[in-house]
Write a protein that binds this ligand. Structure first.
Ligand code: F0G
Length: 373
């Protein structure tokens, strides 16, 4: 936080950030760099931005009823330049890569990190090298990486194998931009700043987020901690991390006492974005759960797809990983862990067009059912 060691004045910061919304300077138009008092310091000219952030908070109607809540809000991070929340971290990560003089940036990915990194690297004139688990991610995401000019390295295996392979192969010219990169985490923090601003700095009761490699949950926890400690919010919302049942290492870790990571050897879920068995940021995620009095749960692929269809019918749409949030909320309501009057914000992480194949497959199944009846 660049505050010269003084405790920042919360009302001054809120005013400043609001003023910047009327500015046309690129660093103010970005929903990330607008909050730069809480980001690593860079020279303004170095910033690599695509005007990320500024995503709306959308009311759910059918979805609220489906979940059993009086009201439900979605913060849709899929409405970012490359269609996922990864852009929020990538603008800072690639800016740091440029500051270091990196020529090649690299990541292992289930698709979204790769597409985002490829776009920002293209903006900065760098080579993007992406390590993807062959056949285990949405084709739309691979296409996106190609479109932004990335070098695609396909790995036989899952995401965890691709990450291990990338680290093993480490070419000295590669600057890694996976979510363990602290600069990415800093950028992703701004989701919470923008959200609280949209809520007039009144924290909701629950924030619900999908969990994969657990970088996003860690970033959100860090942001909430920082905002609370400077008085930008006066209470901390409870964080709920939702995993897919076929890729639920954090759920298992907690069930096993939380001391060691319970790796899922062969993660398998229709939500390919979060098909991760050995998440790097599991310790940080556990700290966030403890600090926010949060919860970790998992939901089946059937629950994910049903929730996804419901988000679609609300005119919002998202990719499967994002729909874990609605499925998770419904489950918590049914289990009596959440009141119907609770103020809940679900974080949608990816755009509906990120995975068109799964929609067509669901539709085919429906058509088959209709044809039979
Ligand atoms: N939702 C979507 C759409 C994602 O792409 C990811 C992660 C997550 C949720 C989970 O976030 O890893 O911070 O817990 N995607 C990574 C990728 C792994 O390579 O695109 P996390």
């Amino acid at each position: 936080m660049s505050t010269n060691g003084l405790r920042p004045d919360a009302s001054r910061l809120r005013r400043l950030w609001l003023e910047r919304r009327c500015s046309n300077a690129p660093e103010d138009c970005s929903g990330v760099w607008r909050f730069r008092e809480f980001l690593p310091a860079f020279q303004i000219e170095q910033i690599v931005t695509l005007c990320e952030g500024n995503t709306p908070l959308v009311a759910g109607y059918r979805t609220a009823t489906y979940a059993g809540l009086e009201r439900l809000q979605f913060k849709h991070l899929g409405w970012n330049p490359t269609g996922s929340f990864k852009d929020l971290g990538m603008t800072v990560g690639v800016t740091e890569a440029r500051r270091r003089g990196a020529k090649v940036v690299a990541c292992a990915s289930t698709g979204n990190t790769a597409a985002s990194m490829a776009a920002y690297a293209a903006r900065a004139g760098m080579t993007a090298r992406v390590y993807l688990p062959k056949g285990k991610l949405s084709r739309a995401k691979v296409a996106q990486s190609f479109d932004y000019g990335a070098e695609v390295v396909e790995i036989d295996g899952n995401f965890d194998d691709a990450l291990a392979m990338m680290v093993e192969r480490k070419n000295s010219d590669e600057y890694f931009l996976n979510s363990i990169n602290p600069f990415r985490i800093e950028g992703q923090k701004t989701v919470m700043f923008e959200l609280m601003e949209q809520l007039d700095w009144h924290a909701p009761d629950f924030i619900v987020v999908p969990g994969g490699n657990l970088g996003n949950s860690s970033a959100f926890g860090k942001a909430l901690n920082e905002m609370h400690s400077v008085g930008l919010i006066d209470r901390v919302p409870r964080m709920v991390i939702v995993q897919a049942a076929g890729a639920n290492p954090l759920v298992r870790t907690i069930a096993n006492g939380g001391r060691m990571l319970s790796v899922v050897a062969n993660p398998n879920t229709c939500a390919t974005a979060i098909s991760i068995g050995s998440p790097r940021s599991w310790r940080k995620a556990l700290q966030v759960i403890s600090f926010t009095h949060g919860m970790v749960i998992d939901v089946s692929d059937e629950e994910i797809l049903e929730a996804k269809a419901c988000i679609g019918r609300d005119g919002i749409g998202c990719e499967p990983a994002s729909a874990t949030t609605l499925a998770g909320i419904r489950r918590l309501r049914n289990d009596g862990e959440m009141d119907s009057g609770a103020h809940v914000v679900a974080i949608l992480t990816g755009h509906v067009l990120k995975d068109p194949d799964i929609i067509l497959k669901m539709q085919q199944n429906n058509a088959a059912v209709e044809a039979k009846s």
